[in-house]
Design a protein around this ligand. Structure first.
Ligand code: MSP
Length: 701
């Protein structure tokens, strides 16, 4: 703790450990950790709190179902959560469990204080309760389907509860809360959530039942041990009990409260912007500066839920694709305020596009060219050698740093990371425009060449700084490859000013940091479809992206594209990672030749001319096109990974070549009866066409 620095206190929700964490939990925690690292980079004295919400009926029931004592059950799950956060390199300052003494005592103090000042009273509760959400509802708020009353938040059946209870006078604070929200537009963000809450509060706040008697797993009400404190009253208090509120040591509380931001999922914004501020008002304590409600990661099949058995495991994904790539995907994929759709295909797409093709390629090209054209040494650009394009790059770099920080300050992680890739994308184009390989052939263009190489490495240095909060490992590797790993002064926020890359540094080219992942290696077959999609697994765990994925694993619960066996070199994979030579000279890349086969081997492949009669994109995929093709008298359905290269209109009427005797396979639920042949290289793809009048169905030999 440094007393002179400004403080920044942020929190995640405390998770119910009613199962292993899934990617939704990982998302919130990665988001918080990225913001925490960003604020540290900006010089703040950051305090980052996360933890577990361990009381309540839901936990009691889950433990019972496992025939375990609640605490035994919780300890096991707490270890699992801690292990996942360790894997994701989450640097929290405190991890609170609500079963800890420090929390329980402080919650009782909070309850007692509010009782003493008259805002809690005893009465009888009769109403509805949703145990999965641990939420009370009144009749008018419920949904009704087939004569069954359902929770309006999660659509699950509610239970009728009738018991003696303590009530919290929320209604008394309704107007004060509304005024606070109206006068502080930043209190609830994004704005859409703010509007939802305003209309919710305007419908009228009921007093809240804050104790239960029908189960035991909770913190006893200090004035009546037959009651346990309502789990949300208990849980929300964690944000101050973790700072020592209600204990003898007030130092942390004095320093960090009020919180700068509570990051929460959209479903629990209501608890954080209604119940929590009113608890604080009743205590006479300041309110948090902001509650930020992020969207959800959804699956094509809808919500992830344990009961549906479709939760996606963040551990397995980090083992396959690496922690930095996963963290980046989380940050980039969810547009602020909206939901995001998870699929392994979108994950691979994001890794390949942004990381392999954009920054990985720029790094690879830059280092190769510095080695080839400048003996591995970066020369400071001389101002005379800088033309309008260089000025444009410098201005863009400045703009991107500004945009990144503005968006990070608003917790718009997707926008902020998108900004970084505006620079990276522009740089790849800049390299093509400036063609250093051509400058290298002209001795008189030496200074110009050095300036171009300088702009390439300098923009990479800046991008690596901006990627530090989201990626705990790769930026260090970029600095190492750029030859500046020991120069911490060039890696911090002050380093984001253009032009600090020193003269005469020798680069240290190493392994590609983001090898491209071949989506076609997400192998599967027709039988594997839907019930248990097969997912390609790397041979060595932890460095997935570096190996070819060959092996398959059944019973996995992640959503994935199922690709026909043997499709690894098909049109699905459109681009190859360019080699150094190819990049420097802009040459195409050639795959290694395959082992010799006999004419009989070849004759087993039945290639036919087909005519496309209908074409449409497969919904929610970027690459897949569904085709109806004519083959003699027969009409077949074929799914092909060519949607990024053709419009449906372009394909209809075309004669293409089909592998007609390939075992049918299901892709996204559609049975594909064959595979279209296509050639691809360096981001270009063309399906093989027959232009003369040769009827559909004719053999290709
Ligand atoms: N224990 C309460 C929070 C108490 S905070 C004082 C709780 N726990 S939870 O485990 O059910 O959910 C924790 C967080 O995970 C919530 O913010 C919730 O929105 C988030 N997510 C749950 N599923 C999610 C996705 N599929 N996607 C993104 N976040 C999701 O609620």
């Amino acid at each position: 703790m440094n007393q002179n620095r400004p403080t920044f206190y942020l929190t995640t929700p405390i998770y119910y450990p009613s199962g292993k964490p899934h990617i939704g939990h990982a998302y919130s925690t990665v988001m918080a950790d990225t913001i925490a690292r960003y604020k540290r980079l900006r010089g703040f004295d950051v305090r980052f709190l996360t933890g577990l919400d361990e009381h309540g009926q839901k936990i009691e029931r889950s433990a019972k179902a496992k025939e375990m004592e609640p605490i035994q059950y919780l300890n096991q799950l707490a270890d699992t959560f801690l292990a996942v956060w360790k894997q994701y390199q989450i640097e929290y300052d405190d991890f609170i469990r609500t079963t800890e003494e420090r929390h329980k005592k402080a919650v009782q103090t909070i309850f007692q204080k509010i009782w003493d000042n008259g805002d809690i009273y005893k009465s009888e509760y009769e109403g509805w309760y949703c145990t999965p959400c641990e939420a009370f509802w009144v009749e008018r708020q419920l949904k009704e389907v087939d004569n069954q009353r359902l929770c309006p938040d999660c659509d699950r059946p509610v239970e009728l509860v009738k018991e003696e209870s303590y009530f919290f006078r929320m209604s008394k604070y309704q107007d004060r809360l509304l005024k606070h929200i109206e006068e502080n537009p930043d209190f609830i963000q994004p704005t859409s959530r703010r509007n939802e809450m305003i209309s919710f509060i305007k419908q009228g706040l009921e007093d809240l039942c804050v104790s239960r008697t029908t189960f035991k797993w909770g913190i006893p009400v200090p004035i009546n041990e037959n009651h346990v404190i309502y789990v949300w009253f208990d849980a929300l208090s964690n944000y101050i009990t973790a700072l020592g509120y209600g204990s003898d040591d007030q130092e942390l509380y004095q320093r960090y409260w009020p919180a700068d931001v509570h990051l929460v999922g959209k479903d629990i914004v209501r608890f954080h912007t209604v119940i929590w501020p009113i608890i604080l008002m009743a205590l006479g304590e300041p309110l948090p500066k902001q509650v930020y409600g992020h969207g959800w990661f959804m699956l094509d099949s809808g919500k992830m839920s344990k009961s549906k058995g479709n939760v996606v495991d963040p551990v397995e994904l980090a083992n396959k694709y690496g922690v930095d790539a996963m963290r980046y995907y989380f940050a980039r994929e969810m547009t602020a305020g909206q939901d995001a759709y998870y699929s392994e295909e979108s994950l691979i797409g994001r890794i390949n596009t942004d990381l392999a093709n954009d920054i990985g390629n720029l790094l690879h090209r830059s280092l190769s060219m510095v080695e080839r054209f400048s003996g591995g040494v970066v020369k400071k650009a001389s101002p005379e050698a800088e033309g309008p394009l260089e000025k444009e790059i410098q201005a863009l770099a400045e703009k991107v740093v500004h945009e990144y920080s503005t968006l990070m300050d608003k917790y718009d992680l997707s926008g902020a990371h998108g900004a970084i890739f505006k620079l990276v994308g522009r740089m790849n184009k800049y390299v093509d425009e400036r063609a250093p390989w051509a400058l290298n052939k002209k001795p008189e263009a030496r200074a110009e060449l050095e300036a171009v190489l300088y702009h390439m490495v300098e923009s990479l240095r800046l991008a690596a700084i901006l990627l530090k909060p989201v990626m705990p490992n790769i930026p260090q590797k970029i600095f190492a490859q750029l030859g500046i790993v020991d120069r911490e002064d060039l890696q911090g926020w002050e380093g984001t000013l253009w032009g600090q890359f020193p003269d005469g540094v020798t680069v240290q080219k190493g392994e590609p940091l983001f090898p491209r992942i071949d989506p076609a290696t997400l192998q599967g077959d027709a039988e594997a479809e839907s019930s248990s999609p097969k997912v390609a697994k790397t041979e060595k765990k932890g460095k997935a992206a570096e190996q070819k994925m060959t092996d398959t694993k059944a019973n996995d619960t992640v959503t994935t594209t199922v690709v026909p066996e043997g499709a690894a070199q098909s049109a699905i994979e459109a681009t190859q990672p360019p080699t150094t030579e190819a990049v420097a000279e802009n040459l195409p890349v050639m795959d290694p030749l395959l082992p010799e086969i006999t004419i009989d081997d070849f004759a087993k492949v039945d290639l036919r001319v087909i005519e496309v009669v209908e074409a449409e994109r497969v919904p929610k995929t970027e690459k897949l096109m569904q085709l109806k093709v004519k083959l003699g008298d027969e009409t077949r359905t074929v799914v092909s990974g060519i949607a990024q290269y053709y419009t449906p209109e372009e394909l209809v009427g075309k004669k293409l070549v089909l592998v007609a005797n390939l075992k049918p396979a299901k892709l996204r639920g559609i049975t594909s009866q064959g595979m279209i042949l296509a050639a691809s290289n360096n981001g270009v793809l063309e399906a093989l066409t027959v232009t003369k009048d040769i009827p559909a169905g004719s053999r290709v030999k």
